[in-house]
Design a protein around this ligand. Structure first.
Ligand SMILES: Nc1ncnc2c1ncn2[C@@H]1O[C@H](COP(=O)(O)OP(=O)(O)O)[C@@H](O)[C@H]1O
Ligand SMILES: [Mg+2]
Length: 276
């Protein structure tokens, strides 16, 4: 059974501290959800776990089954069994979707071994059908010209094929209508087993109606400020996040204070322009 252990993780991007002491332990068979408003560091946590080069870890540890994840390249992390379904999947013109998946699967095998083409195609066809995807999607360039919903389903297609030990799904629900969300939810739920640890990152409780979570955490200011079970999720659905901010003594839940966000400069400039 896999164990991903994150302890007192601090990370920064461009001299700005974003993660400020995240601790979390995900075991095979468990589903954790991280909820929280925008700008609280959720996607940053996902990127740091996968080793995105833009983020610098300044303190803390991440281990997978006792191995130091922070010492591994992104490739090595994927080989070790970590998987991230990104909030905004990248388009990769020139590489077909099925070639991409096949090389990722081969990379996880021992040197010189390859997946059997026959079983690969059969499994891919089954996954495409189960996700109710267009049967041409595996043969098109990765995410190139895919709709928002197709990109999200394609992340789940990759997850099905790669069978990770720990899968992080970052806002997999965004851009999906209810029908697509149900298909994605059913597929992820069907993948649940004792060998898979799941981390669902989401804004809305809606996703958790389709994929049930055992543990629910709330992220604010780059930290987990509250943890609970589905009751916590239901309370957030009914009452929002204000009571948690009050409880934690937090005024602004975002990691980067308002005055530092470029967006604010943008709005001021617009205001000035309007006033002229
Ligand atoms: N690559 C980056 N460059 C600059 N700022 C970033 C970058 N990644 C994240 N941030 C900042 O970190 C904060 C948290 O972002 P993010 O982790 O995406 O939050 P969430 O996923 O909870 O909405 C935001 O203020 C965002 O602007
Ligand atoms: Mg995000």
């Amino acid at each position: 059974m896999a164990i991903l252990k994150i302890d007192n993780l601090h990370a920064r991007v461009e001299d700005q501290d974003i993660l400020k002491g995240v601790s979390l332990e995900i075991k095979g068979g468990q589903t954790h959800a991280i909820m929280g408003p925008n700008g609280t560091g959720k996607s940053t946590l996902a990127s740091v776990i996968m080793g995105h080069p833009r983020y610098e870890v300044t303190k803390g540890t991440i281990t997978l089954d006792g191995e130091n994840v922070l010492d591994m390249s992104t490739d090595e992390r994927a080989k070790a069994g970590l998987f991230l379904a990104m909030q905004s999947p990248q388009e990769v013109p020139g590489v077909t979707n099925s070639d991409f998946i096949k090389s990722a699967m081969n990379a996880r095998l021992d040197e010189g071994q390859n997946v059997s083409l026959f079983s690969f195609i059969r499994e891919l066809d089954e996954a495409v059908a189960s996700l109710k995807m267009d049967e041409n999607l595996p043969h098109r360039y990765l995410n190139d010209g895919f709709s928002g919903g197709e990109k999200k389903r394609n992340e789940i297609l990759q997850m099905r094929m790669l069978k990770p030990k720990i899968a992080i799904l970052d806002e997999i629900d965004s851009g999906l209508d209810i029908d697509a969300l149900k298909i994605v939810g059913d597929n992820v739920t069907a993948m649940k087993n004792q060998d898979l640890g799941l981390l669902l990152i989401t804004h809305y409780q809606r996703l958790l109606d389709y994929i049930s979570a055992d543990y629910v955490h709330v992220m604010m200011q780059g930290r987990i400020v509250k943890s609970g079970d589905t009751d916590l999720m239901r309370k957030i659905d009914q009452e929002g996040y204000d009571w948690i901010k009050e409880e934690a003594g937090i005024e602004d839940e975002r990691v980067v204070p308002e005055e530092k966000e470029d967006i604010l400069l943008g709005t001021c400039a617009t205001k000035e322009a309007l006033e002229k």
